[in-house]
Write a protein that binds this ligand. Structure first.
Ligand code: DGL
Length: 268
């Protein structure tokens, strides 16, 4: 009988839930540990060293109690900064989301692509290298916003999204004569604002994210576990936070609706 695999998903907040939901459809019986690094939130405003230290501490803390088959950095910012180092430090499979540049290049008609992400992501060499490799011939607009990350996080915690605020954040693009016809949501949080963001742009503007491509990677790496309907020992999914707050307490019923059974705090 195949052992139930354990998959660790890490993000600074709710962004990774978009990735988790997709992967859970592929591997419904895997065991998921989701780490919300709410003490480190938002990563986009922090230094690379800060993010690296946090991600390493999180992985070490989880590995003290669990054997992991796969670690998913469900955060573009964390992937870009830490993925190669993590792969050198830890032996299990590690993957991470990066902005869906290849997909955007396939979809654009005008050749003008927008990258909406955190400030750290939009100016990072890693992203510029991806663009040089996969997107020559296309033009890019970059917009890094932490405000947008906070709005997405707040939305999940029940706060209304004001379109006037989104309009203000997106104004550097909205006032341009030519708008991008394809926009990469290069931060997992922004998937939760897709509906509101789409309304700001002309009809037909495509908003793309990396969830499908990460599912493709997981399908390859975890092919032994796909279509296994049941495992001998079925352990429950756990959600971790790095800081207990009132917000977290209020949020618990919502998290349980995502299929998590326990909430734990690991103070990192
Ligand atoms: N969700 C993360 C990403 O994809 C970052 C959000 C943050 O700034 O904490 O980049």
């Amino acid at each position: 009988m195949v052992r139930q695999p354990t998959i660790l998903i890490i993000d600074s907040g709710i962004g990774g839930l978009s990735i988790y939901s997709e992967i859970k459809q592929l591997l419904p019986y895997a065991r998921y540990l989701y780490f919300f690094d709410n003490r480190g939130f938002p990563y986009g405003e922090k230094s690379e060293q800060f993010i690296t230290d946090r991600i390493i501490s999180i992985v070490k803390a989880i590995l003290k109690n669990h054997v992991l088959e796969l670690i998913i950095l469900a955060c573009n910012t964390a992937t870009i900064i830490t993925l190669s180092l993590l792969r050198k430090m830890f032996f299990c499979s590690i993957i991470g989301v990066v902005p869906a540049i290849k997909l955007a290049v396939q979809l654009t008609n005008s050749g003008l692509i927008g990258l909406l992400a955190t400030q750290l992501t939009v100016r990072h060499q890693y992203v510029l290298k991806l663009i040089n490799k996969y997107a020559c011939g296309c033009n890019f607009l970059f917009l890094g916003s932490s405000k947008l990350v906070k709005i997405a996080e707040d939305k999940k915690y029940g706060k209304m999204v004001k379109s006037s605020v989104l309009r203000e954040i997106l104004s550097p693009w909205l006032k341009l004569f030519q708008l991008p016809d394809t926009i990469i949501l290069g931060c997992t949080h922004f998937v939760f604002l897709k509906y509101e963001l789409k309304k700001l742009f002309p009809e037909g503007t495509q908003l793309v994210d990396s969830s499908k491509s990460i599912v493709g990677c997981v399908a390859q790496l975890m092919s032994n576990y796909i279509n296994v309907g049941h495992f001998e020992v079925m352990r429950k999914n756990v959600i971790y936070f790095s800081l207990m707050t009132d917000r977290v307490r209020d949020f618990m019923p919502f998290l349980f609706s995502y299929g998590f059974c326990y909430l734990r705090i690991i103070s990192i």
